[in-house]
Ligand binder design. Structure first.
Ligand SMILES: Cc1ncc(C[n+]2csc(CCOP(=O)(O)OP(=O)(O)O)c2C)c(N)n1
Length: 377
């Protein structure tokens, strides 16, 4: 196993003064050590992986030193444009070291949304002409970093593809919490009590969908909610698509703060389309709870101002089961026209025995389309 702190020190000794990225469960020890040990200006959790590449470029322009950009391989897609159109040696030629968590590595069991991405990760890096090395518990860090730095000296990004179980355990030190004691699962359970049979639910990537799946089963109800198992940050746009296609039906988007921040540009577009039937619920625990609890910047964002400033028709907030139910009851009786943002302030936390959806994504799609009354083409 690689000592996580020793690895970070080795990077710092090579001149790395900025670590930026989006957290990943496979890299959670690495990001926990960065969070615990580094001053805030040396470790910046970006809203999405493409932003992190750009931040690393700016850092290089200002210091002449490569930054480290970490991510789950699911985030590689978000980086492709700034990599090919900016950092690439055929454009500006900017060195940086990408540290990529390898979910769905071939031969290892993983969830459906990770299988293809895991299979193509190294081939994607080859296609991008990014020199890369696989890092695992047995790797010789000095040799690999030496080779990576040599490659970067030519003015280009390099990457480490990190296998599960590579880094030694580091526990994340307490992150700032909000005033709410409500847990996400309690909030979703309260919502389910107030939503109607015809409402269409779209849940964001991570534990939200997993909890919703189990709560539906627990209530003895048919699975009908779109779980958005991948594509973090796109939940609200997906919900917009359904809402516009089925204006007679209420569409309820269960979003996360990390997810909403990742592609926040969706908000004014949703507002501009003004779907009266869209209820956008922000489950705000101020963290990437599903992958280890690393903080987001959501605690310092005034989402009321954001939503209304983008053109949403209304904003509501709650931080207890009673408030969730009374807000929903008000929305139900008033028939307030959307798009509405309903922010639920949460504490961090989830059940250790939380399961995973037992239906495949294809089965999920079919169940959703059946609920929406759409013939499956
Ligand atoms: C593009 C992309 N980057 C990163 C991930 C890894 N990931 C899965 S869930 C998650 C956290 C989501 O945070 P948030 O939306 O706040 O929901 P929470 O987990 O707190 O409920 C992350 C970072 C991913 N699936 N896709």
């Amino acid at each position: 196993m690689i000592d996580t702190r020793a690895f970070i020190t080795a990077l710092q000794q090579r001149g790395v003064g900025l670590f930026t990225g989006v957290p990943d469960s496979l890299l959670q020890d690495f990001s926990a050590a960065l969070h615990n040990d580094l001053p805030a200006q040396q470790h910046i959790i970006a809203a999405n992986e493409g932003n992190a590449i750009a931040l690393a470029m700016g850092h290089y322009l200002g210091t002449g030193k490569p930054a480290v950009v970490y991510m789950q391989n699911a985030g590689l897609g978000n980086t492709v444009n700034p990599l090919t159109s900016l950092a690439d040696p055929e454009v500006y030629g900017v060195p940086m070291l990408m540290v990529i968590g390898w979910r769905g590595e071939p031969g290892k069991k993983d969830e459906p949304q990770h299988v293809k991405q895991g299979r193509i990760t190294c081939a994607q890096l080859e296609l991008l002409d990014i020199p890369h090395w696989v890092l695992d518990a047995e790797s010789d860090i000095e040799a690999i970093l030496g080779a990576a730095w040599q490659a970067m000296a030519a003015g280009q990004p390099a990457a480490l593809v990190v296998r599960a179980g590579t880094f030694s355990k580091v526990s994340l030190q307490a992150v700032p919490t909000g005033p709410s004691a409500l847990l996400r699962e309690e909030a979703i359970a309260a919502l389910l009590q107030c939503l109607g049979e015809h409402d269409s639910l779209v849940a964001t990537t991570g534990k939200t969908g997993r909890e919703l799946f189990e709560l539906r089963a627990h209530r003895g109800e048919n699975q009908r909610d779109f779980l958005t198992v991948g594509g973090m940050g796109h939940t609200a746009s997906l919900a917009l698509g359904i809402a516009l296609a089925q204006p007679q039906r209420r569409v309820v988007c269960l979003d996360g703060d990390g997810s909403l921040l990742m592609h926040m540009g969706a908000l004014p577009v949703i507002a501009e389309q003004s779907p009266k039937n869209l209820l956008h619920i922000l489950l705000n625990n101020r963290a990437h709870e599903s992958v280890g609890g690393q903080p987001t910047v959501a605690g310092q964002v005034d989402f009321r101002a954001v939503a209304l400033g983008c053109g949403y028709q209304g904003y509501f907030a709650a931080s207890s089961v009673e408030q969730v139910q009374s807000v929903l009851a008000d929305i139900n009786t008033s028939g307030a026209a959307g798009p509405l943002l309903f922010e639920i302030h949460l504490a961090q936390g989830s059940r250790p025995d939380l399961g995973r959806p037992t239906r495949t994504p294809q089965q999920n799609k079919q169940a959703v389309m059946q609920h929406l009354g759409v013939e499956h083409a």
